[in-house]
Design a protein around this ligand. Sequence first.
Ligand SMILES: Cc1cc2nc3c(=O)[nH]c(=O)nc-3n(C[C@H](O)[C@H](O)[C@H](O)COP(=O)(O)OP(=O)(O)OC[C@H]3O[C@@H](n4cnc5c(N)ncnc54)[C@H](O)[C@@H]3O)c2cc1C
Length: 633
Amino acid sequence: MSSQVQAPPPKTDENRSVIDMSKMSEGQRAALQVTEAARESHDDISFVAHLFMGRWRPEKLYPVNEVDAAEKMRADAFIAELSAFLRAKVDAEMIDRTGEIPDEVMAGLARLGCYGIKVPQQYGGLGFSQTTYCRVCQLLASHCTNTFAHLSIHQSVGVPQPLMLFGTDEQKQKFLPRVAGGEISAFALTEAGVGSDPARMTTKATPTDDGETFLLNGEKLWCSNGTRAGLLIVAAQTTPKLVNGKPRTQITTFVVEAKAPGVEVVCRSQFMGHRAIYNGVMRFTNVRVPRANIVGGEGRGLKVALTTLNAGRLSIPAASIGVAKRSLQIAREWGGTRIQWGVPIGQHAAVAEKIRRIAAHAFAMEAMLLVTSRIVDRDKKADIRLEAAMCKMWGTEKAWMCLDDVMQIRGGRGYETEQSLIERGEKPYPVERLMRDNRVTTIFEGSSEIMRLFIMREALDPHLTVAGIALNSERPWGERIASALKSAGFYLWWYPKQWLPFGGAVPADMHPHLAAYFGEIAGWSRKLARTLFHQMIKFGVNLEKRQVLLGRIADIGSDLFAIAATCVYAQKLLKEGEPEVKVFALVDDFRAQALLRIRQNFAGVSRNADQSGYELAQGVIKGDHQWVERGIL
Ligand SMILES: Cc1cc2nc3c(=O)[nH]c(=O)nc-3n(C[C@H](O)[C@H](O)[C@H](O)COP(=O)(O)OP(=O)(O)OC[C@H]3O[C@@H](n4cnc5c(N)ncnc54)[C@H](O)[C@@H]3O)c2cc1C
């Protein structure tokens, strides 16, 4: 039976409808159909996917494979050169103040090869691994978030990443050398009515009579790099496909030349931070795009976009690490030197608590990203959907927590701009700028809410594969009964195992201190698996509506992954000669903090006020409690 879960039947658009959509509105149904059809599927699921099923697969995480020695040498030299360039030429404060990255900075970045870090050398790129790319993102974001965003959007979601994943040889030959050489690229998915829900996309690409060209029409919102780009990845609706006699939205992605007639930058958008993100509203009017510029096949655009985001998603958590480390550096310096009430403020317990929190989470963020990017480097096709989503959701939220902590530690100076600090002759720690720049990271490239839904959709997938048809009122009774019988067999075998009271096997060469923590994750994962199962039984097909409850379960999974990753990373650090006492201090403290959250979240699964809270919110929206707003303008 277990093999049934690990090797599900090939998932096609049609046989994948294990989710009961009968009680959904047309809009919800359309959104879900489109995203379900675009889901990645893997027969060999990841460490975290197994964790949600109460299965212990440490070999998927451990040991961390080393970066190739030749690459490491090259990467170290590149990072040293880039660091020197950033220090000498990239004035982050000026870029933020003026909203412009100077042309000479862009030219310098291009000279260093920063526009094609992962692009294979045969196409003019530097051909670095995911791990090296993440190191670069961390470095850039710790110094200048605008420069990070510019380069990351260009290569994580702009032309390089989707072409490396889905491009034809001709497309790679034609476009990759251009983008690796410094021609800026952008990614245009969002529209005024399309944020988290691409099924509502209105931009259309209509084939001409000979079928060799498409006419692109529509307007895209918030296209970062868009106002400076030479090439764009644009997602558009193409001719709908008939599924069971009903039209199903088809989304296709194209490489579009920004200079093509009919492409227009309507306006440049301005934000709270990221002031030099060159973000624009882009209009397309009868833009002729050759069929040869379709990426990944007609109708597969959302899959291209979601897979690109999945792989590209690691750059934002890498930046979050840079931000958390910068917060730590500031907290350490200021906490140790600012004297109030007779001692450095870092000696007051309330401030020390914040410093401890920043240190432990910066360490854990790095651990999670390191193990995930090494999996990518080991096998580009490996399943990292859950790990990447957790790195993004958890990492960006924890980076924000670190920024909030360091803002508090800096007191009034945290709130003061760098320019003002300089004018007063004080050291210009950029806390105010970092906060403005980084608030958006829990919103774009997959908001935290969508990431939690995504995590839980993937976590539930093995259950849906086993029992989804039995629960789906849209399926014929015969199919449902057959599926129910099969799933009963599975659960009779699976469920009792989730009560086994012991931990999991640990790698023989792992330090006993770490192995004890690592192995206990197996026990927690069984508790996680049976908790999820109990909620499935309790709520049935309505479980998907219990977003807050599912969010707690996603958070437990993320913290468990984080603890596991810190053990694996710590073992690597010990091997490299870091002193045990220093490494264990962080591992121990992070585990203690994460376990507090895990216990709290488990308690919240059974005792909560989610339903009454939901009803209150609906009452607020209807206007029942508008009286609370009295007294404001
Ligand atoms: C600075 C910046 C740069 C950007 N760059 C780009 C770019 O280069 N290319 C591009 O295509 N887009 C870009 N975007 C758009 C960005 O990806 C979207 O903002 C994001 O996808 C969210 O869409 P939205 O803002 O319309 O929010 P909405 O989708 O309207 O969501 C609003 C809120 O509701 C929540 N929500 C939505 N649906 C659900 C649900 N089903 N369940 C629970 N909660 C839900 C969201 O999480 C969010 O909190 C950028 C945005 C910004 C601010």
